[in-house]
Design a protein around this ligand. Structure first.
Ligand code: NAD
Length: 486
């Protein structure tokens, strides 16, 4: 097959920073000496990639103050002025696409094919799209104002893409930001900070503060932050909602999911098998909207699982930099422990475990594509987000039963419906309580379409008009005082 992706340019960049990073605040790197640090590792090999600053009070405070100082000038540029900067960011993401993809794969473990062909192109698309919104904002949102300073906290599964989802609309609307990447995957956010400088973005408009949940909590508690935009676990989302209650901060939460993938008797089964591969094995299943519950109509259940197992035997688990790899590394050993624990509890509850014959690499953090069959509706496998390459399989008889099963979790992020009968699919789709429902497809994202959850999957939307509205506040139009008649 093709040679593995060349990691040389990524290593050269890391070496240019002596593999030690401060925060990016007010357009400059903070000093790296003395402060608390942690290591970020390559989960496919265990190698330490870089030493990362653990942000405390001072870093978070400095970053919020820098963002506050920069905000009036950024807003005063007007939509067309901000659009020029967003276009510049989009073009530079494309220019540096290779190094961004390699850094993402090294830090996260995702296959290079995904970071190169999906993550990074969607990042560029997001900045281009929001450059368009910036240009139109005065016409499309008359009598609206930016919120001010936005605190943004993102997870490790799509580090740069989640950054783009957060930063692009915030900037288009005239806000400035302090973003905290996840502790497992800070590298692309740090490389993006340099792209901001290269694009000539005014100092303080984008600030990156690294650290773990304690750093995130400091951002949430900072009184000068006008909005918190969070993507991550439902558990942390709940804590953030409690902490911001009564603070006046605006809040949006993009949380977990347990999304159904529904296959009707009359579905194109071969296409649906490929859909399942994309739904649950994309990014090792570490996807908030992963189709992690396979609901199959009884008449095709045996035939479909047979086809699916044959396909699973062909999935290649291994070196994420290898262009032939389908399934890369799990992000961290703690995440792997979590997968093992839930799978173990599911099997103890009676689920039947099936995995393909090929072994995983013996070093690094890997987990094979996995089916849990004979899963009952209230069991752990059917209810808990596993956030790994594990698919729970259930069957149903009627469309009504499919809808009831689909809605039978505390989540509601996404769903996928497969049938060659478009009337059946279009009848079932709106009955599913989920922010996105795909028909005969899955994982279709676009910057123009609002993405977000129902129920414990969170609230607020990212992308499109709805996403822009999350970063604006309506302002009463001042009207001339009316003459008072005697
Ligand atoms: P996580 O909640 O553990 O961490 C997310 C971020 O929050 C990290 O940056 C972390 O450092 C920070 N954090 C942790 N504790 C905090 C606290 N008390 N206060 C403030 N910040 C804190 O989630 P994760 O394990 O990184 O990500 C996986 C989760 O994210 C999954 O549940 C997944 O479904 C969800 N997710 C949702 C979406 C979506 O759009 N709905 C997208 C991707 C991931």
């Amino acid at each position: 097959g093709p040679a593995p992706e060349d990691r040389g340019p990524a290593d050269t960049w890391l070496e240019s920073h002596k593999r030690t990073f401060g925060h990016f605040i007010d357009g400059k790197w903070s000093a790296v000496k003395g402060g608390a640090h942690f290591e970020t590792c390559n989960p496919a090999t265990g190698e330490v990639l870089a030493s990362i600053a653990q942000g405390g009070d001072k870093a978070v405070g400095d970053a919020v103050r820098a963002a506050r100082r920069a905000q009036p000038g950024w807003a005063a540029l007007g939509g067309a002025g901000r659009a020029r900067h967003l276009y510049a960011l989009a073009r530079l993401v494309q220019k540096h696409a290779r190094i961004l993809a390699v850094l993402e794969t090294l830090d996260n473990g995702k296959p290079i094919r995904e970071s190169r062909d999906i993550d990074v192109p969607l990042v560029a698309r997001h900045f281009y799209h929001h450059a368009g919104w910036a240009q139109l904002i005065e016409d499309e949102f008359p009598a609206h104002r930016p919120l001010g300073v936005i605190g943004q906290i993102v997870p490790w599964n799509f580090p740069l893409l989640m950054l783009a989802w957060k930063i692009a609309p915030a900037l288009a609307a005239g806000n400035t930001v302090v973003l905290k990447p996840a502790e497992y995957t800070p590298l692309t956010a740090l490389r993006f900070a340099e792209i901001c400088a290269e694009a000539g973005l005014p100092a303080g408009v984008v600030n990156i503060v690294t650290g773990d949940g304690r750093t995130g909590a400091l951002l949430v508690e900072n009184e000068a932050v006008d909005k918190i935009a969070f993507t991550g676990s439902t558990e942390v989302g709940r804590i953030i909602r409690q902490k911001t209650a009564g603070s006046g901060k605006k809040l949006s939460l993009e949380l977990g999911g347990k999304s159904p993938f529904i296959v009707f008797d009359d579905a194109d089964l071969d296409s649906a098998v490929e859909g399942v591969v994309d739904a649950i094995w994309f990014n090792q299943g570490q996807v908030c909207c992963a189709g992690s519950r396979l609901l199959i109509q009884e008449g095709v259940a045996a035939r479909f699982t047979e086809k699916l197992k044959a396909r699973m035997e062909t999935l290649r688990v291994g070196d994420p930099l290898d262009k032939c790899t389908d399934i890369g590394a799990i992000v961290d050993a703690r995440q792997l422990d979590g997968i093992n624990e839930i799978v173990g509890r599911s099997v103890a509850q009676g689920a039947r475990l099936w995995q393909p014959a090929a072994p995983c690499p013996s070093t690094g953090i890997f987990y094979p594509p996995t089916l849990l069959e004979d899963v009952t509706t209230s069991s752990i496998a059917a209810q808990e987000e596993i956030f790994g390459p594990v698919l729970a399989v259930m069957t149903f008889r009627t469309p009504e039963e499919a809808v009831a099963l689909a809605n039978n979790t505390r989540y509601g992020l996404a769903a996928s419906v497969w049938s060659e009968n478009i009337n059946l699919a279009l009848g079932v789709a709106p009955a599913i309580k989920a922010g996105s429902v795909w028909i005969n497809s899955t994982n279709m994202f676009d910057a123009a379409v609002g993405f977000g959850g129902y129920r414990q999957s969170g609230f607020g939307r990212e992308g499109g008009r709805e996403g822009m509205a999350e970063y604006l506040r309506p302002e009463p139009i001042p009207s001339a005082p009316k003459a008072v008649r005697a």
